[in-house]
Write a protein that binds this ligand. Structure first.
Ligand code: HSE
Length: 379
């Protein structure tokens, strides 16, 4: 099958490399005929003009440009033209899923997005496979490699957040502007897409509460250690009694929890489904070849005409009203939390009684402390 590639950065180069070199594998059935790039390069397939993509004879478009525009417009145009699309663009797809999936259905083409969450881990494929037999009841996972690298290194070396962020940037794990990673927005998009695959529920990204790790300190990590816990940034989703809960928060996990053991920049995610129970998937959550691998798997699914259960996601609302947890809070405004405080947790920090997440979020808003750190103390 002939394919056009939109974007030739880290992921695009991974996709092209895997296809161009995989001549003795199934990938021999794929050919990249055109590549859209921002700057000229020494490859006859490369163009700077999207009209060349529209004019080429590709049946499939692989989008790995990132960002909302022009990626959204280009994907919409590709679907309108009756081309299959695979994308690695979590932000664009989380924002526009309903529109684009509707268009794909209308045109009778596929829209696949394995590379958007969990990088190289076959997370979307696992959810699809589970759902051939089961209902998925819940998921939880580490879906951001940058923050897992930072948290793992802080836990192992006792260093502070600023030092580890700088090191992650030097190693190329964190962006120059790491906001999306460390404030939880990257995981929020991945949570939205996981909910589509797990529950057929498409929610607005901004309705998923997302708290990140920007203000975690070595003292917070040390408190966890003293209590047999390891902190991870966790995406949580559950569908129960018709209610859909979704949120992103750091969590102090018991150190025996399988997710607590996932170190370095790896991702790990667990689904709980009706007959299988918990199943966990671990691997490289980012990077050129792992993410390229996930995209090429989607391309092969389409090229080989593999029938996988199609998602029929409909617009849905987040309802976190049943989520009740104990929370660890460090803030310069402890008086705001006086009514829910259960025990001190070292200087400036405390643990709350078991309380609703939505009440905690209201108190955090009321406190208005820009350096507050909050985490779930998991059971
Ligand atoms: N910045 C992201 C991460 C890239 O670290 O997981 C992959 O989505």
């Amino acid at each position: 099958m002939k394919a056009a590639l939109l974007g030739f950065g880290t992921v695009g180069k991974g996709v092209a490399g895997i296809i161009d070199q995989g001549r003795d594998k199934d990938t021999a059935g794929l050919e990249i005929v055109r590549i859209l790039k921002r700057t000229p390069a020494d490859d006859p397939r490369i163009t700077l003009d999207y009209r060349d993509i529209e004019a080429c004879d590709a049946e499939l478009v692989a989008e790995c440009m990132g960002g909302l525009e022009p990626a959204h417009t280009y994907v919409r145009k590709a679907l309108e033209a009756g081309r299959h699309v695979v994308t690695a663009n979590k932000k664009m797809l989380a924002e526009h899923y309903i529109e684009l999936a509707g268009l794909a259905k209308e045109k009778g083409v596929r829209l696949l997005f394995e590379a958007t969450a969990g990088g190289g881990i076959p997370w979307m494929a696992a959810l699809r496979r589970l759902r051939r037999i089961d209902d998925v009841q819940s998921f939880r996972g580490i879906l951001n490699g940058t923050t897992n690298y930072i948290l793992s290194a802080m836990t192992d070396a006792g260093l502070d957040f600023g030092e580890m962020l700088k090191k992650a940037q030097e190693l190329g794990y964190a962006e120059a502007d790491p906001t999306d990673d460390i404030d939880g927005y990257d995981v929020r998009y991945k949570t939205v897409l996981s909910a589509i695959a797990a529950f057929d529920a498409a929610v607005r990204p901004e309705t998923v509460p997302a708290l990140g790790i920007r203000h975690i300190s070595a003292a917070d990590i040390a408190w966890g250690r003293e209590h047999g816990r390891i902190v991870k940034l966790i995406a949580s989703g559950e569908k129960k009694d018709g209610r859909l809960s979704l949120y992103v928060m750091p969590q102090f996990l018991p150190d025996t929890d399988v997710l607590a053991r996932i170190g370095r920049n790896f991702n790990g995610v667990e689904a709980v489904s009706t007959t299988l129970g918990p199943s966990t998937y671990i691997g490289q959550g980012a990077g050129r070849l792992p993410t390229g691998h996930a995209m090429v798997q989607d391309m092969l699914t389409i090229a080989k005409g593999e029938e996988m259960t199609a998602y029929e996601a409909a617009a849905a609302e987040v309802d976190n009203s049943r989520v009740e947890k104990r929370f660890y809070i460090r803030t310069v405004k402890p008086e705001v939390f006086a009514g829910v405080m259960a025990e001190a947790a070292g200087t400036g920090a405390f643990v709350t009684e078991c309380m609703p997440l939505i009440d905690l979020l209201a108190l955090i808003g009321q406190a208005g402390d820009p350096e507050l750190f909050a985490a779930v103390v998991a059971d």
